[in-house]
Write a protein that binds this ligand. Sequence first.
Ligand SMILES: *[C@@H]1O[C@H](CO)[C@@H](O)[C@H](O)[C@H]1NC(C)=O
Length: 213
Amino acid sequence: MAHHILFLGFIALTFSLALASSPLQDFCVAKTNSPVLVNGLACEDPKLSQANDFFFAGLHKPGNTSNFLGSAVTPVFAAQLPGLNTLGISMVRIDYAPWGLISPHTHPRATEILTVVEGTIYAAFVTSNPDNRLIAKILQKGDVFVFPEGLIHFQRNVGYGCAVAIAALNSENPGVITIANSVFGSNGPIPAEVLTKAFQLDKTAVDYLQSKF
Ligand SMILES: *[C@@H]1O[C@H](CO)[C@@H](O)[C@H](O)[C@H]1NC(C)=O
């Protein structure tokens, strides 16, 4: 009996999670100025929705890679394309200067699938504890690589010219946690005693890294 109740509870939970992850109407164009707080963005009146709410222009334009990493990400998330709201999908363009880097980061809410449209990229992710295995591949134009949800990943341009990639993510708001910025550049620094022990560094090294972010 107890087993049956547990099982029914499990079914109900699975069912409600499944519903929560798919939209319950044709679309929900984001109403960015809404005071209503929901899981995502509130919907505008669907009768008001126009083609431009489902449209984004400019992904043919290179991003500005004049920064210390030599890379640029042009996002097309719900914030840029309001019609993506609730649909669980989005895309980005990534530009890499020669030897440019997209530094180690994770997306807390999405798996990412990436294809190289120009150049040669070294792409990699690291599996979770306890193995922490580096899964890496050199990608040429037309190659596709996937970064599973939540795992730390990065890309580096290892060709001689500029490189370009297009990636898709299964969230309209995938989120980004850049490891270096979160650890050494948090707003309100993580206490040095925490970082010296966690990273097996002396305080000088920790102070130096914290001053960089
Ligand atoms: C690219 O970014 C750099 C650094 O922020 C800036 O000086 C430069 O004007 C930008 N170039 C373009 C074309 O926007």
